[in-house]
Write a protein that binds this ligand. Structure first.
Ligand SMILES: *Cc1c(COP(=O)(O)O)cnc(C)c1O
Length: 471
């Protein structure tokens, strides 16, 4: 592509982007299409000759866009929000234009040093201990894997990296409400899924520390070695908050690594009034939060903080001749802080976001989102035929429709599953489901920048109305 052609096309796309951001609400949140509908419109083989950009853009509009779920739609209330914002998108434009690999200091000194500074800013913004060092990972799933591998190597005196597993006696603990990435990571780390012990939760879906203590004690007596506890601040099902402080004390007793998964809810720690969630965090070994969820930063940007930086680097360091540089002892070479060698310039978008909003504005927005959750919680409690199924510490509300006289669990599940499908088929709103105490629950969470209380109110009216009209 000639530079001139690029310039023209880029201007055209920026206009499209601004229009999209202004009018996201015009689209159905989720397309109503069948599997294969998009693929069938794409030629079976690659073009031999290059094609014109206008043709590409035309096909983007006619084939791709109708098949997209619009995560930035203000009535996207499903899963957890995924961040995007003007400043973040602009930074991504620059980062992709620079096209740099940020694996070691020498390959992009500014990227490395900005990442160091951004992780310090973020650590302090979230009230994390100054003894923590941060690094950006691609996702929480990776960050938790990095924590497990570091715990494994530290505990085995780096022997498993050398010799592989001989006879694994390590055990990992997490609550029954933990994210599925913990299961996946335990498998990838070679620890064996049968050595992941799911600890019981209380009526608020938070891990019961006494149950953890019992499980660990039983394991130790049977010759197992407690390796790591993964606690969650804000579970995916219901944003339950594990008692970090009490769990940390148990971990100290067993010299066990304590990793905190605060992927979504960690952002709320910008609010001093929410710091109760992280009480005791200074005794933890590692912590992950995803600015790409609730901090208006585009995927991917997962901030991983670790207390023992040396153990992290000892676990991952490699130093082939072709990567040696004279500055190795003076700088961070982030290729040694995680799994991939190549790394995107992700600190740039965080810098743009934090500077554009400022801490005060970020706090205002997060605080407002939490009031959305509290508003909806009150509505659900007050509604005659609805039932709240979990506490609402933040902005996620889990509820179900419970028509008069219906008590059978299976019937309630069918009714609520139908309600959810009808809501989502409308294209006006998107919600997802979970199971809480074996009860089918609808999850409703508003956390994108464009979402206002009015959108939440409209969404709730639609839920009530649709439930009434269910046949
Ligand atoms: C979203 C989420 C994850 C997974 O995050 P990725 O960055 O997509 O890997 C893990 N844990 C919790 C609690 C989450 O909410």
């Amino acid at each position: 592509m000639e530079t001139n052609e690029f310039r023209q096309a880029a201007h055209q796309l920026v206009d499209w982007m601004a229009d999209y951001m202004e009018n996201t609400e015009r689209y159905d949140v989720k397309p109503s299409i069948r599997p294969g509908a998009i693929k069938n419109q794409l030629p079976a083989s690659a073009p031999i000759e290059g094609e014109d950009f206008q043709k590409l853009f035309h096909d983007f509009n006619s084939i791709i866009l109708p098949g997209m779920t619009h995560w930035q739609h203000p009535q996207f209330f499903a899963y957890f929000p995924t961040g995007a914002s003007g400043p973040s998108i602009l930074a991504e434009m620059l980062a992709s234009t620079l096209g740099a690999q940020c694996m070691i200091w020498l390959t992009s000194p500014a990227a490395e040093e900005l990442e160091e500074r951004m992780m310090e800013w973020l650590r302090d913004m979230l009230g994390l201990p100054s003894s923590f060092t941060g690094v950006i990972q691609d996702s929480s799933s990776t960050a938790t894997l990095v924590a497990l591998l570091t715990a494994r190597e530290k505990k085995s005196d780096y022997q498993i990296n050398k010799n592989g597993f001989i006879n694994n006696r390590f055990r990992v603990y997490t609550s029954s409400q933990a994210h599925s990435s913990v299961d996946k990571d335990v498998k990838i780390a070679g620890l064996g899924i049968n050595n992941l012990i799911k600890i019981q939760v209380d009526e608020n879906f938070a891990m019961i520390p006494e149950a953890l203590q019992e499980a660990m004690e039983r394991d130790v007596q049977q010759g197992f070695i407690p390796l790591c506890v993964v606690s969650t601040i804000g579970t995916t099902s219901s944003t339950a908050i594990d008692p970090i402080g009490a769990i940390a004390k148990i971990c100290l007793r067993y010299a066990c690594w304590h990793h905190i998964d605060a992927s979504f809810a960690g952002t709320a720690l910008v609010l001093p009034e929410m710091r109760w969630m992280s009480k005791g965090v200074e005794n933890c070994d590692s912590f992950v939060v995803n600015p790409h969820k609730w901090m208006f930063t585009n995927f991917d940007c997962s901030a991983y903080f670790v207390k023992d930086k040396k153990a992290l680097i000892n676990t991952f360091a490699i130093l082939p001749e072709y990567l040696k540089t004279p500055e190795d002892h003076l700088v961070n070479n982030y290729r040694d802080w995680g799994i991939p060698l190549g790394r995107r310039f992700r600190a740039l978008k965080l810098w743009f976001v934090i500077r554009s909003y400022g801490l005060r504005r970020l706090q205002e927005i997060i605080r407002e989102h939490i009031t959305f959750g509290q508003w909806l919680k009150e509505k659900v409690i007050a509604a005659r035929n609805f039932e709240l199924l979990a506490p609402v510490p933040l902005n996620l509300v889990c509820f179900r429709y419970k028509p008069d006289g219906v008590t059978d669990e299976k019937e309630l599940e069918e009714i609520n599953s139908k309600l959810l499908q009808t809501l989502n088929a409308s294209g006006k709103i998107l919600v997802t489901q979970t199971k809480l105490n074996d009860k089918y629950a609808i999850r409703f969470v508003g956390g994108s920048e464009k979402t206002t209380l009015e959108h939440i109110q409209q969404g709730w009216r639609r839920v009530e109305q649709t439930a009434l009209e269910l046949k």
